[in-house]
Design a protein around this ligand. Sequence first.
Ligand code: AMP
Length: 218
Amino acid sequence: MRIVILGPPGAGKGTYASRLTKILGIPHISTGDMVREEIKKQTDLGKKIKEYSDKGVLVPDDIIIKLLEERLKKPDCKEGFILDGFPRTINQAEALEKIAKIDLVINLKVPDDIIITRLSNRLICSKCGAIYNLLTLKPKKEGVCDKCGGKLYRREDDRPEVIRERLNIYRKQTEPLIDYYTKKGLLRNVRCDDLMIPPEVMVEKIIEVIRETVEEVS
Ligand code: AMP
């Protein structure tokens, strides 16, 4: 199954997708992780995209579409994938249509106050990319990843002023995708109105939607 997870920054896309990938046996493809990987490697491309990413603005469509297209050509994507953070513009959605047929778009609906609290308390593993939260998903040992022992850090774009910019960009450039995929009959909403809902509960809700979609088409 080819799934897109849509939602504002801090909606939980990465957290849920990293759990869904294990349950569904299809890869979790995060363009944000790909961007951070390129930056870490300090490639020419990495240096160019760091300027965008640090400010919380979108990397130009042509760059990100090319990165994604290359990733989707890899053999592990044959049976499907979970896209997290792509598409983020109508232009990207149209490009994606030419690359792959999407079966389902999960739209995470999360109020702004939850998003801001989440992002302000988020920590990421510098080694494996695992996501933690000081309020809801604390590491066992302060500053250290439970999974790989890597050092946890705060993302450059999780600073309050950048969070606001990212939310503005989401509203302007990404939110129109809700309408776009609704018109195509692919969109299903999953709500999260409580900051303290454990990720497992949200993942179960998403799995239920996936089950219903599979039943509808079969
Ligand atoms: P994320 O981890 O998904 O919040 O992405 C982090 C940053 O990477 C974003 O703020 C953008 O600068 C860049 N990025 C990730 N995915 C995309 C995309 N689909 N289009 C443009 N920029 C992206």
